[in-house]
Design a protein around this ligand. Sequence first.
Ligand SMILES: Cc1cc2nc3c(=O)[nH]c(=O)nc-3n(C[C@H](O)[C@H](O)[C@H](O)COP(=O)(O)OP(=O)(O)OC[C@H]3O[C@@H](n4cnc5c(N)ncnc54)[C@H](O)[C@@H]3O)c2cc1C
Length: 383
Amino acid sequence: MDFSLDDEQLMYRRAVRDFCEKELKPYAAEVDRSGELRWAAIRKMPGLGLTGLQVPEAYGGAGLDSVSAAIALEEIGRVCGSTGLSIAAHNGLCCFPIMQWGTEAQKQRYLPLLTGGEVLGGLALTEPGAGSDLGGIRTTARRDGDSWVINGHKAWITNPRYAPVIVTLVRTDPGAGKHGYSMILVDTDAEGLTIHPPEKKMGVRGSPTQMLTFSNVRVPGENLLGEEGRGFHQTMQTLDGGRIGIGALTVGLAQGALEAAIRYAKERQAFGQSISQFQAIQWMIADGAMMIEAARLMVYRAAWRKDQGLSFTKEAAMGKLLASETAEKVAFNAIQIHGSYGYSQEFPVERIYRDQRLMSIGEGTSEIQRLVIARRVLREYDS
Ligand SMILES: Cc1cc2nc3c(=O)[nH]c(=O)nc-3n(C[C@H](O)[C@H](O)[C@H](O)COP(=O)(O)OP(=O)(O)OC[C@H]3O[C@@H](n4cnc5c(N)ncnc54)[C@H](O)[C@@H]3O)c2cc1C
C-alpha cells in the first residue's frame, strides 16, 4: 500500500499552489463581494490545464489522472470557493460528459473552446420542482424533423452566463421512466433560451447560479449527447466523478480555514500568551487537522479507484460526505478561534464558512450521499 503522490503530482501541486496564491487568493474577497470571477486569472488557467483537467491534450486539455485533478481542485478551494465551484462544475459536469459520450464532431466543436480559458461550461439537471429526485424533472425535448424542440425550466445551474454550451438533461420519452431521459447539448445563444439573473446566495457568490427557461428551443438532432434514453444513467456516472471534484474542493476549503485559524491563533494574545498555547484551541486545531487528513485520503482513494477502473460510486459519495462535514466543523471552529474577528468580513474564515455550506447540498445532498452509500453497503452483505 503506497500513500505517496508521485513526483509529477507533487510538482503539479506546487505549480497550482503558486498560481492560486498569486492569482486567486488576493482577489477572493473581491470575487465574493462583486459576484464576478476573476477572468484575468481564468484566462491563465489553460497553462496549468485547469480548464481541461482530464480532457485529452488533443482537444486542448491536460489529460491528467483523477488524483492530479483532485489536487488541482483542492488547491483552488483552499483559496477561493467561488472559483473552485465554477472550475469543478466546468470540468466535472460539462467537459466530462462531452469527453465521455460526445461524437468526434461534438468533441472537436466544443472541447477546444471549453478548454481555452475564455468560457466555462455547465450542466443543467435541477429544476424548480426537482433536485434530488431527478424522476421529477419536467423539461422535455421532442423530435421535429431534424431537430429537437426543448421546453421547460432548469434551476440553480452553475456557470450559464459564462457558458457557450450547457449539457441539459431532458425527457425524450416521458412514458419510459428512467429510460426516457437524454442529454442534449444546448448552445446558449439558441433562440428561446432565457438565462435569468444570478441567484443572490449565501456563499460562493462569485460563481454564478442561474435559472434557465426553454421556450421552444430548437437544436439540431446531432446535439444529442450519447444515446437517446441513456440520459439518466449518464447523469449518475457524471455525478459520481463530479463528487470527487466537489470532495476535493471541500477539502481545500477546510484546509484554507484551518491554516487561517492557525495563523491567527499564533498571533493573538490573551491572558499574557498566544492563544495557540491554550489546550482548548489546540484541540480544535488537532481535530481539524485529523478530519481533513481523513477526508483527503478518502477523496484521493475514490480518485485512485477511478483511475484503476474500479467502482468508485460509494467511495466518491463517502469522500464528499466526509469532506463536507469536515469543512462545516473546521470552518465553524476557525471562526471560534478568531473570536469576533472571525465574524467579520475582514477575515477569510467568514467567507469560507458561507462557501463551504453549499457542499452538503450541491451535487447531491448529504442525505442522498448516505442513501447512495447505504444502498451499496447493504448490497455488499447480500448473500
Ligand atoms: C450554488 C448552487 C449551485 C448548483 N449548481 C448546479 C448545477 O450546476 N447543475 C444542477 O443541475 N444543479 C445545481 N445545483 C442544484 C443542486 O444540485 C440541488 O439543489 C440539490 O441536488 C438538491 O436538490 P433540491 O434543492 O431540489 O432539494 P430537494 O431534493 O428538494 O431536497 C430537500 C431536502 O430533502 C432531502 N431529501 C430529498 N430526497 C430525499 C431522500 N430520498 N431521502 C432523504 N432525504 C431526502 C434533501 O436531502 C434535502 O435535505 C446547485 C445548487 C446550488 C445551491
